[in-house]
Design a protein. Sequence first.
Length: 120
Amino acid sequence: MIVGVIGSGGREHSICEALYKSKDIDKIFCFPGNAGTATTSQNIDIDINDYEKLKKFNCKIVPIYIQTIDKFNYKLKVNNPIDFNKTESIQSITDKLNIVLEEMILKNPEQWIWSHNRWK
């Protein structure tokens, strides 16, 4: 299976590391990725909001939710891959991603609040 990971932070690095260890994964793309993800996947330097460019890779997007358990422990939930084909509309892709995101937020809404004083 070919998968794509969207993001460029430490979480994405951890996700790519975990996926890399799976015998079911043949290739990992990370959009846009970082130095850490480059060790296990192929970084693609594109705007992650440009679905047209993401579609050309013809890979499945695997929604992953990371739930904070306490200060040092996290629970990783890997959802079923979403297969976007090259002919699928941007609206259809957006609708599928929004459904997954809404499900994640509704399960643990407190996980989605910017509670670490990002803006002062």
